[in-house]
Design a protein around this ligand. Structure first.
Ligand code: ADP
Length: 483
C-alpha cells in the first residue's frame, strides 16, 4: 500500500501534553491511520514540555512574521510521533498549562496563540516544511479552526477535516481583533466565522472545512439539537451531510491490564482482587459490604458530579465506597473534599492529575461512574471496560454508544457490560447505583459482567478504517494544488 501524507493540527497530544480526551485521540490517530495507508505528521505548539520531549530536531520552516512574532517549525520525533513543532517562544514558552495561567485563568492572548498555530499550519500545507506537503489537513477543535480561513487566503483548496471533540469551547474573540489575527473581513459573516458579533474559531472550522467529524455517532446526532449544539446546531444541521460520527478508541497497548506496569497485572476479574485491596489501602478505605466505585474526571459542570454528590448518601448506606481523582472547578473540589471529610472510611478524594494513579484506580475499582450531562465520546468508560470496572454511565453521547445496559434481555443474553441511566436526574442515578449494589451482591453474575466488559472491543479496529475512508474520499475529491 502506498502511503499518503496528512497533517494533523492540535493544541494537545498525549503523552506530551494533555488536559483531556482530545490529547489521547490526537496521540492515538497516527498509529491507527498508519494501518490505513496514511502517514500523519502532527503540528503542535512549542510548549516547554513539547520542546523538552522533542530533543534533537531539525528546522523545517521559518517565519519572520507570524502574527507579529518570529517563529520556526522544528521537525522531529517524540513518543513514536512524527512531529512538527511551532517554536514561537513569545507565544508558547511560559509556565502554566496549554490554555491557563498558573492561577487558572485563560491566557489573555489565547486567540493570537492558536491563530498563529493555524496560520503556521496553512503556510506549511501550502509552502511545505522540509520539502514535505500534505494532501489533507485534520484539524482538532477550535484551536485549529482558523486553518481553512488562512488556507483560502493563501489561495489553497487543500481539503480539511475538522474534528469536534467538545463543542462547549467556541474560541471566541472580539471583532476588533480581525486585523491583529490577519483574518479577511469578508469571512466575518453569518456563513463564515462571525458568531453574534464576535469571531468564533470553532465556527470557522465548521463552515470552512470540507467535512466535519465528531467522536461518536450519538454526539453527531445530538449536536444538531438545541439541547447539545451550544448555539451551533443550525450550522451543523446545514452541514448534516458532511458530519460523521466516528467512535474514539483507546491505546490498548498502553492500557493493557495484563502487562500494565502501574498495577498488579491481571487477565480476568479474579485478578482485580489484589488491585482492589491495594486501592482500598492506598485510599484508607474500609473494604465495605458493597461495590468500590471510582471517578476519574475533570471537575466541571459537564461531568454531573454535583448530581453524584446528592445521590452519594444512598449509595454509601448500601455499603458502597467511592474514590475520586480529579481537579477543576474550585467549588466542586471543595464539595468533594467535604464529602470525604464527612465519610472518612467510605469516601476518599484526591485533587490533582495523576496518570499512574488513574491506572491503579481503573484496575482496583468494581465500577467507574460517569454521570455526565453531555459527553462527546468519553474515554474513562472505555478504560473502565478494558480493566473490568463496570461503567455506570448517563445515556448521552458516546457513553450511550459504548456501554450495553444490564437490562433483563442483555443479562439473559449474556451481553451486558455496564449500567446506563437517564441523564441529569438524581433519582435515575440513585437507581443505577442501587442496581450496581444489587448486581455486586451476586459475585458470580458480577464477574460475568466484568468479563463481558473486558472483552468489549475498545481499540481503533473499527474506527481506523472509517477515518481512512473519509481521508481518502476528501483527498481524492479535491482539485490538484499548484506545485
Ligand atoms: P474529557 O476529555 O472531557 O476530560 P474524556 O473521558 O474524554 O473526558 O477523557 C478524559 C481523560 O483524562 C481520560 O484519559 C481520563 O482517564 C483522564 N483524566 C481525567 N482526569 C484525570 C485525573 N485527575 N488524573 C488522571 N487522569 C485523568
Amino acid at each position: 500500500m502506498s502511503t499518503r501524507a496528512a497533517l494533523a493540527v492540535a493544541s494537545e497530544c498525549a503523552p506530551l501534553v494533555k488536559t483531556g480526551g482530545l490529547a489521547d485521540v490526537v496521540g492515538a490517530l497516527p498509529a491507527a491511520l498508519a494501518g490505513q495507508g496514511w502517514a500523519l505528521r502532527t503540528l503542535l505548539p512549542g510548549y516547554p514540555a513539547v520542546m523538552r520531549a522533542l530533543g534533537k530536531a531539525r528546522p523545517a520552516a521559518a517565519f519572520d512574521d507570524l502574527l507579529g512574532t518570529k517563529a520556526r517549525v522544528l521537525a522531529g520525533k517524540a513518543a513514536g510521533l512524527d512531529l512538527l513543532v511551532l517554536d514561537a517562544p513569545a507565544l508558547f514558552e511560559r509556565p502554566g498549562g496549554p490554555y491557563l495561567t498558573q492561577e487558572g485563568r485563560d491566557w489573555p492572548d489565547n486567540d493570537r496563540r492558536f491563530a498563529a498555530l493555524s496560520l503556521a499550519a496553512a503556510r506549511i500545507a501550502v509552502r511545505g516544511a522540509d520539502g514535505w506537503r500534505p494532501e489533507l489537513l485534520h484539524l482538532h477543535d477550535w484551536q485549529a479552526g482558523l486553518v481553512p480561513v488562512y488556507l483560502r487566503a493563501l489561495g489553497s483548496r487543500l481539503p480539511c477535516l475538522f474534528s469536534i471533540h467538545n463543542i462547549a469551547f467556541h474560541g471566541l474573540t472580539p471583532a476588533s481583533r480581525l486585523k491583529a489575527l490577519a483574518l479577511p473581513k469578508a469571512g466575518f459573516a453569518i456563513d463564515g466565522f462571525e458568531y453574534y458579533g464576535q469571531i468564533s474559531a470553532l465556527k470557522a472550522g465548521l463552515t470552512g472545512a470540507q467535512a466535519i467529524a465528531t467522536v461518536s455517532p450519538g454526539y453527531a446526532r445530538e449536536l444538531m439539537t438545541p439541547a447539545f449544539g451550544m448555539g451551533l446546531e443550525g450550522v451543523l444541521q446545514a452541514r448534516a451531510g458532511d458530519l460523521h460520527g466516528i467512535l474514539n478508541g483507546i491505546d490498548t497497548e498502553a492500557w493493557n491490564p495484563a502487562t500494565d506496569p502501574a498495577i498488579a497485572p491481571f487477565r480476568g476479574p479474579a485478578g482485580k482482587e489484589e488491585n482492589r485491596a491495594r486501592l482500598c489501602a492506598e485510599f484508607g478505605l474500609e473494604r465495605g459490604t458493597g461495590p468500590l466505585a471510582a471517578v476519574v474526571s475533570r471537575l466541571s459542570g459537564q461531568k454531573g458530579l454535583d448530581l453524584l454528590l446528592t445521590a452519594l448518601p444512598g449509595f454509601l448506606a448500601q455499603g458502597g465506597r467511592l474514590v475520586l481523582l480529579g481537579s477543576g472547578e474550585r467549588a466542586l473540589e471543595n464539595a468533594w473534599l467535604a464529602a470525604a471529610a464527612a465519610n472518612p472510611d467510605r469516601v476518599s478524594v484526591r485533587i490533582g492529575y495523576d496518570e499512574a494513579l488513574s491506572h491503579r484506580i481503573y484496575a482496583g475499582a468494581d465500577a467507574v461512574l460517569v454521570p455526565s450531562r453531555f459527553e462527546p465520546c468519553g474515554l474513562t468508560q472505555l478504560y473502565a471496560l478494558r480493566y473490568g470496572a463496570l461503567p455506570v454511565v448517563a445515556r448521552v453521547g458516546g457513553l450511550a454508544d459504548t456501554v450495553i445496559h444490564a437490562n433483563e434481555a442483555a443479562l439473559s443474553a449474556g451481553v451486558a457490560t455496564g449500567i446506563v441511566h437517564d441523564t441529569e436526574s438524581v433519582p435515575a442515578l440513585a437507581d443505577a447505583l442501587a442496581q450496581l449494589c444489587q448486581l455486586w451482591q451476586d459475585k458470580h453474575a458480577f464477574r460475568r459482567l466484568q468479563r463481558n466488559a473486558m472483552k468489549h472491543p475498545v481499540g481503533w479496529d473499527a474506527s481506523a478504517p472509517r477515518y481512512g475512508a473519509l481521508y481518502a474520499a476528501l483527498a481524492d475529491a479535491s482539485p490538484a494544488e499548484p506545485p
